[in-house]
Write a protein that binds this ligand. Structure first.
Ligand code: MAN
Length: 529
């Protein structure tokens, strides 16, 4: 409180309620006497009063100037509301106080209109009181409703907790059944897969054996072709006429070039040729030829007529040269397949249904079906359990939320309030979320935050609340809103502003704020009405 007013109030409090403060003020300043500061510290000649120099520590020598900082003039304004004005406004020719007391020593023609103003003020006060009364009555209802709702939530929670215990047991039982069924299914599918693998492998082996046979037939045919004297041996001289064996391409097949295909021996019989000679010779023998057309006819015993005519004369000259690119299609290809097969990782069936490449036998199919049903039943039990868990969590959150000392703010939950302000529609859903969207663009909703906490001062915590963690502001903080609450006889979002970028401020009125005086700390107000 300003120094001068404080002093006056202390010393003459009784008088102020009956007499005009201004009149009383005049008696304290007697120009025929020296002036003693109100705090008694010093006495000065009266000419020092209002000389625009501050002599008294309490500022009492300068009520009509602004020389002493922090000094106020008090108008009692009987009939209306008392008022404190800076002492610099006393006797400045402007009527500040409705009781005219501030212009006690000036030429200003002030009129005392405190009664008229006071009447209007009292009318407004009565109106506010009515709003308050209606609000307080609604608040009482809110409190009652909240009590019922909380009791209901608690009961529901108890029931659901019992139900969830049952659902959990069912879920665990279904899980155990699923595990057992899936293990049986896994073993059955593995067995099935092994069977399929084995039969594939057997088929592969058959094919390899078949190819080896084919190759042997080719060797036999070539042997007969090259054994020109028919002595059942290939002599190296029998190879020399065949230019396809000319490895250094000098136009003739040398002895060594010919012997090379006979393991550097002079001659070779059929068995040795099949197992050793043919392997080396085959690419040279078929050099440049379309090997598919060279597959021998189905020979049992190779006869000259059965053997494809593979003499040099039939081969185009460019094909008589050995070519390493030319591959024989039979066993080589199959070798590759076989190797690739062996690289396939060991089979491990997944617990989910898969379409088998070979249909399951009846027993396996039965186990697969049982496991499928077990999975479905478990998933059904699990989702029922999760649904119930969500409901329980919602009830727990409701019961944990601070809805005010008498749960009076609970009436605001599950409700939303909107306000159009400039180009935006602001929405507030207490205890849930706040948002902003551009008018005419309903898809542009931007989150201003989710319910956070009460932020009022210690003695009035429920005066404001904060919503936090909204959409990130470009190059700035996450959006947030602070909501200031006032008493009224209906809920409404009154104002929305953005005092700092992405930090919003709402004003919200609600009957929940209309706390009756008996529930409130008495307020120390200086009124003289
Ligand atoms: C949008 C609105 C404004 C905010 C800016 C920040 O336009 O959310 O309220 O100030 O983004 O970039």
């Amino acid at each position: 409180m300003p120094k001068l007013v404080q002093l006056l109030l202390k010393e003459d409090a009784a008088k102020f309620t009956v007499a005009s403060f201004g009149e009383h003020f005049k008696t304290l300043y007697d120009p025929s006497k020296d002036f003693t500061c109100f705090d008694g510290s010093i006495t000065i000649p009266f000419r020092f009063v209002n000389d625009d120099y501050c002599d008294c520590g309490d500022g009492s020598d300068e009520p009509g100037t602004s020389a002493c900082t922090d000094c106020l003039f008090h108008c009692s304004n009987v009939g209306h509301v008392p008022m404190d004005i800076p002492s610099s406004r006393v006797n400045d020719g402007i009527c500040d106080c409705c009781d005219t007391s501030d212009e006690y020593n000036s030429t200003a023609q002030c009129v005392n209109n405190c009664l008229i103003l006071g009447e209007a003020a009292r009318e407004e006060q009565r109106r506010q009181q009515e709003v308050f009364e209606r609000g307080a009555a609604i608040r009482d209802e809110f409190i009652k409703e909240a009590k019922n709702e909380i009791a209901e939530c608690e009961m529901k929670l108890q029931t659901l907790r019992k139900e969830i215990a049952v659902l959990e047991a069912i879920k665990n039982e279904k899980l155990a059944l699923k595990k057992t069924a899936e293990e049986k299914e896994r073993i059955a599918i593995e067995k099935h897969k092994l069977k399929v693998d084995e039969s594939n492998k057997a088929r592969t082996e058959e094919e390899i054996a078949e190819a080896a046979k084919e190759d042997q037939k080719l060797a036999e045919a070539a042997f007969i072709d090259l054994d020109t004297d028919g002595d059942e041996k290939i002599h190296f001289t029998e190879l020399k006429p065949h230019l396809r064996f000319d490895q250094n391409k000098d136009g003739e097949v040398s002895d060594d070039e010919a012997k090379f295909f006979l393991h550097m021996k002079e001659e070779m019989d059929l068995d040795e040729f099949i197992s050793v000679g043919w392997v080396i010779m085959k690419p040279y023998y078929f050099a440049g030829r379309d090997t598919s057309s060279m597959r021998p006819p189905k020979l049992r015993t190779p006869k000259p007529a059965d053997i494809p005519d593979l003499s040099d004369s039939d081969l185009p000259s460019e094909l008589t040269e050995p070519s390493t690119n030319t591959e024989e299609s039979g066993s080589d290809d199959r070798d590759v397949d076989y190797e690739e097969d062996s690289k396939v990782p060991p089979f491990s069936p997944k617990p989910t249904e898969e379409t088998p490449s070979v249909p399951y036998d009846e027993e396996t199919q039965k186990l697969v079906d049982i496991a499928k049903r077990a999975r479905e039943e478990y998933s059904d039990a699990e989702s029922k359990y999760q649904d119930l868990l969500t409901k329980i969590r919602e009830l727990e959150v409701t019961l944990e939320t601070d809805y005010g000392p008498e749960k009076e703010f609970m009436a605001l939950r599950n409700r939303c309030f909107e306000l159009s302000e400039r180009q935006y529609v602001y929405k507030l859903c207490p205890f849930d979320k706040a948002s902003q969207k551009s008018i005419g663009d309903s898809s542009s909703e931007v989150s201003l935050g989710r319910w956070g906490k009460w932020t009022g001062p210690e003695d009035n915590k429920y005066q404001s609340m904060k919503f936090e963690g909204g959409a990130g502001c470009w190059n700035g903080p996450e959006r947030s809103v602070e909501i200031f609450l006032n008493c009224a006889d209906r809920n409404a979002l009154l104002t929305a502003s953005e005092p700092a970028r992405c930090e919003y401020k709402f004003e919200f009125q609600t009957p929940a704020m209309c706390v009756r005086a008996v529930e409130k700390e008495p307020e120390h107000e200086h009124t003289e009405l």
